[in-house]
Write a protein that binds this ligand. Structure first.
Ligand code: F6P
Length: 323
């Protein structure tokens, strides 16, 4: 591998810039030419590719979003799209790729490397933390901290008015943002897609709390929960508990932005560095993860979205601590 391309793909996540920086600088350190590919696979198809050097990634480690921009390319899932992308890499002699994104992006990479013999390395970049083979994904820590900051603020106003707040956080069909932010903000209930919610139990615990004049309640709901999000849960609660002063807040895309936390910058730098090492050492078509504080390399095939099991322990802790 002598010339490598780097791209960010799928939903952006804070820390992607730190990862791009690490790939460019490690590549340059080893004498590789490094090319930035704009807007994920779309830029690869549209030939929006430019050479990068150490200076092109100056002053970005602390910035959210991605300087390479990102997209979810439909064309790359068509053979013609991938063939066009390959032509654009070939004419520059690019013979290795680093893809920073989620499982959809890895699926594309897997297909591409099978067809065209271009080694691909995936770095898990998603706020959802829904990728198998890594304890961390780039952006999750920042997103959770953003959610915690917001929920703390909501608790202030909920407390002032004795209100029941239902806060919806992102995560697509994973409940990690809800679980972590809910525990960290002392939420009374956390609803996540990985476990079934007993709505009757939820109502009776709220009724019991109402009786003992505990009127401030915070319920954190993952957008992918079985009821379909905070508005839907609020509908049910309003009907069953008409006396509760219920409000809904959907945190939305603020969870995707902002300056990455120290942790996200660290893991992005570490993973970016190891992505280039993989390409140099012939460890091809893997996702670089971190498991138990060690680098973990799993075939891109297996890095596909995995419903990681959420330990029952956590949910028990929530129940006990939220009384
Ligand atoms: O995968 C990241 C994520 O922010 C999910 O949590 C969310 O469901 C989705 O992307 C939102 O996508 P979009 O920005 O396209 O609306």
């Amino acid at each position: 591998v002598t010339k490598i391309g780097v791209l960010t793909s799928g939903g952006d996540s804070p820390g992607m810039n730190a990862a791009v920086r690490a790939v460019v600088r490690t590549g340059n350190y080893h004498g590789l030419e490094v090319y930035g590919i704009m807007r994920g696979y779309s830029g690869m198809i549209e030939d929006d590719i430019f050479q990068m050097d150490s200076r092109s990634v100056a002053n970005i480690i602390q910035r959210g979003g991605t300087i390479l921009k990102t997209a979810r390319s439909k064309d790359f899932f068509e053979p013609e799209g991938r063939a066009k992308a390959y032509e654009n890499l070939k004419k520059r002699g690019i013979n290795g790729l680093v893809i920073i994104g989620g499982d959809g992006s890895f699926r594309g990479a897997q297909k591409f490397s099978n067809e065209f013999d271009i080694p691909c390395i995936g770095l898990p970049g998603t706020i959802d933390k829904d990728i198998a083979g890594s304890d961390f994904t780039i952006g999750f820590d920042t997103a959770v901290n953003t959610a915690v900051e917001a929920i703390d603020k909501i608790r202030d106003t909920a407390d002032a008015h004795d209100r029941l707040f239902i806060v919806e956080v992102m995560g697509r069909d994973a409940g990690y943002i809800a679980l972590h932010s809910g525990i960290a903000t002392g939420a009374e209930n956390i609803l996540i897609p990985e476990t079934k919610t007993d709505i009757e139990e939820l109502i009776s615990s709220l009724t019991e709390k109402e009786k003992r004049k505990k009127l401030v309640n915070l319920i954190v709901v993952a957008e992918g929960d079985e009821y379909g999000g905070a508005n839907e849960v609020a509908e049910i609660i309003k009907k069953r508990l008409p006396n509760a002063d219920t409000r809904v807040c959907i945190l939305g895309h603020i969870q995707r932005g902002g300056s990455p936390t120290c942790l996200d910058r660290l893991i992005a730098s570490r993973m970016g560095y190891h992505a280039v090492e993989c390409l140099l050492n012939g460890r091809f078509n893997v996702m670089v993860g971190i498991l138990n504080n060690k680098m973990n390399y799993i075939p891109l095939d297996n890095a596909i979205k995995a419903k990681q099991k959420i330990s029952e322990d956590w949910l028990k802790i929530v129940k006990i601590l939220a009384s």
